[in-house]
Design a protein around this ligand. Structure first.
Ligand code: GMT
Length: 384
C-alpha cells in the first residue's frame, strides 16, 4: 500500500505523531510519502528506505501578502498522488490539510484518478483555531468530506461533535509511543552535569504557546524548590518563552532553570527527569507527557481535555484544575520528597505508557486504511 501523509513538519505533537506513524508503517513494508513544506523533524534522525519526502514549495510574489500555501499543497497532493500512484492520503491536523485534500480530489476526479482521504484531528484544529468563525465553515465541510475521521482521544471526539456539525462517525485512535526508543536510558553523566548536588529534575516540553501556560510551570517550580532541591529543564520554543524566562529571572530562579530550546534527542533528556509538568489550559492528549511516561517520568498535569485518559490520578502522577498552582506544587512535592514513593510513581508511569505502545495502535490505522480503500472502491462510507 502506498500512503501519503500530510502534516506540519515542526516540533508540534501532530507532526511528531504523523512522522512516528509514517516511520512505523514504513518499517512494516508500506511505502510512505510525506507531503509538507519541510522535512519533518523526527525524519532527520535516520534513513528509512520506504519513506519519501515531497517538499511543498510556496513561491512568493510581490502581490502576495500571504503566499497561498493551501493552493500549493493541493497542487503538490495532485502531483504526488498521480506520479507515485498513492492508494490513500492521511491528513494530520485539519487546517488546512483537509480542505486542500478536498480541492486536490476535485481536480483528480476530472482525470478519473481519485483516492480516499482520512483526517486525524489532533487538538487545537478543533478546540481553538478550528471553531473560530474565520475557519469554521471550511473546517466543518472538509472534515465531513473526509472518507474517515479519527481523533486522538475520546475527549477530542466529544469536543468535535460538540463544536461542529459532523455527519460521520469519528474513530478514536489514541496516540502511541515507541518504547524501544523512549525508555529510561542510563544518562547519569548528564544528570551529574545538570544537577550536581543530586537535585530532582523537573521537565516541561512544549511549543510554548499560551495554551501550555508555561508561566505556571515556573510558578510550580518556584514552590517545589522551596521544599525539595530541584532543577527545571524547559524544552521547546514559542511565543511565551520570553515571558517564562522573564518570570524565572524575576523570581530569582534563573540559575536553576535551563531553557534549552528546541531539542531533537528528547528521550535522552527525559531519561534524566524525575517529574514532567504539563499545566495546559486544554490538551487533547499530551503526547510529550506520554513519551515522558515511557521514560519513567511521572506527570503533574491539569485535568483538562484528554489528559485524564493518560494520567491516572494518584498513580502515574496527579491532576489539578487549570491554574491551581498550589495543588500542582503540593502534589509535585509529595512525589519528589520520598525516594520509594518516587520510584513507585515511576513504575506506574512506564506501565501506563506500555498500554499506548505503538504495536497496539498501528494495526488500528492499518485496518482503517484497508476498510476505507475497500469502501471507497465499492462506493460506500466506512461504518463506525
Ligand atoms: O492542536 C495543537 O495544538 C497542535 C498539536 C501540535 O501539533 O502540537 O498538538 C495536539 O496534538 C498532539 C498530538 O496528537 C496532542 O498530543 C496534543 O495534546 C494536542 N495539543 C493540544 O490539544 C493543545
Amino acid at each position: 500500500m502506498k500512503i501519503g501523509i500530510v502534516c506540519y513538519p515542526t516540533f508540534g505533537g501532530s507532526g511528531v505523531l504523523a512522522t512516528e506513524l509514517g516511520i512505523a508503517l514504513s518499517d512494516k513494508g508500506y511505502e510512505v510519502h510525506f507531503i509538507t513544506y519541510e522535512q519533518p523533524v523526527r525524519l532527520n534522525q535516520s534513513f528509512h528506505p520506504n519513506i519519501y519526502f515531497h517538499e511543498v514549495k510556496v513561491p512568493t510574489y510581490p502581490l502576495f501578502d500571504f503566499p497561498p500555501y493551501e493552493t500549493a499543497l493541493a497542487s503538490a497532493m495532485v502531483n504526488v498522488i498521480v506520479n507515485q500512484n498513492l492508494d490513500i492520503l492521511h491528513l494530520h491536523y485539519a487546517i488546512p490539510h483537509a480542505s486542500a485534500a478536498y480541492f486536490a480530489r476535485q481536480i483528480l476526479k476530472k482525470t478519473g484518478r481519485d483516492i480516499p482521504f482520512i483526517t486525524t484531528l489532533h487538538g487545537t484544529d478543533i478546540t481553538l483555531v478550528g471553531k473560530d468563525p474565520t475557519y469554521e465553515p471550511v473546517v466543518t465541510f472538509s472534515i465531513n468530506e473526509s472518507d474517515a475521521i479519527t481523533a486522538v482521544s475520546e475527549n477530542l471526539k466529544a469536543e468535535t461533535f460538540h463544536s461542529f456539525k459532523i455527519e460521520k462517525e469519528i474513530h478514536v485512535i489514541p496516540n502511541f509511543v515507541d518504547i524501544k526508543r523512549f525508555f529510561q536510558a542510563d544518562k547519569d553523566h548528564f544528570k551529574q552535569m545538570l544537577a550536581p548536588e543530586g537535585e530532582r529534575i523537573l521537565v516541561h516540553v512544549s511549543n510554548f504557546r499560551s495554551v501550555k501556560r508555561v508561566q505556571d510551570v515556573i510558578k510550580v517550580f518556584d514552590k517545589v524548590k522551596q521544599v525539595v532541591p530541584a532543577k527545571l529543564l524547559m524544552i521547546g520554543d514559542g511565543p511565551d518563552r520570553q515571558m517564562a524566562e522573564d518570570l524565572a529571572r524575576t523570581l530569582g530562579l534563573y540559575n536553576d532553570v535551563r531553557f534549552l530550546g528546541k531539542q531533537e534527542q528528547i528521550s535522552e533528556i527525559l531519561s534524566i527527569a524525575d517529574l514532567f509538568i504539563l499545566p495546559s489550559e486544554t490538551e487533547s492528549f499530551g503526547l510529550s507527557a506520554l513519551e515522558g511516561m515511557a521514560c519513567s517520568v511521572p506527570l503533574i498535569s491539569t485535568n483538562a481535555g484528554g489528559l485524564p485518559e493518560i494520567n491516572v490520578d494518584g498513580e502515574t502522577g496527579f491532576m489539578s484544575n487549570v491554574g491551581d498552582i498550589e495543588s500542582m506544587s503540593r502534589n509535585a512535592i509529595y512525589i519528589l520528597s520520598d525516594e520509594d514513593r518516587l520510584q513507585n510513581f515511576k513504575k506506574a508511569a512506564i506501565n501506563q505508557a506500555r498500554k499506548f505502545e505503538k504495536q497496539h495502535v498501528i494495526p488500528r490505522y492499518e485496518r482503517l486504511y484497508c476498510e476505507v480503500i475497500a469502501a471507497y472502491k465499492a462506493g460506500k462510507a466506512v461504518a463506525g
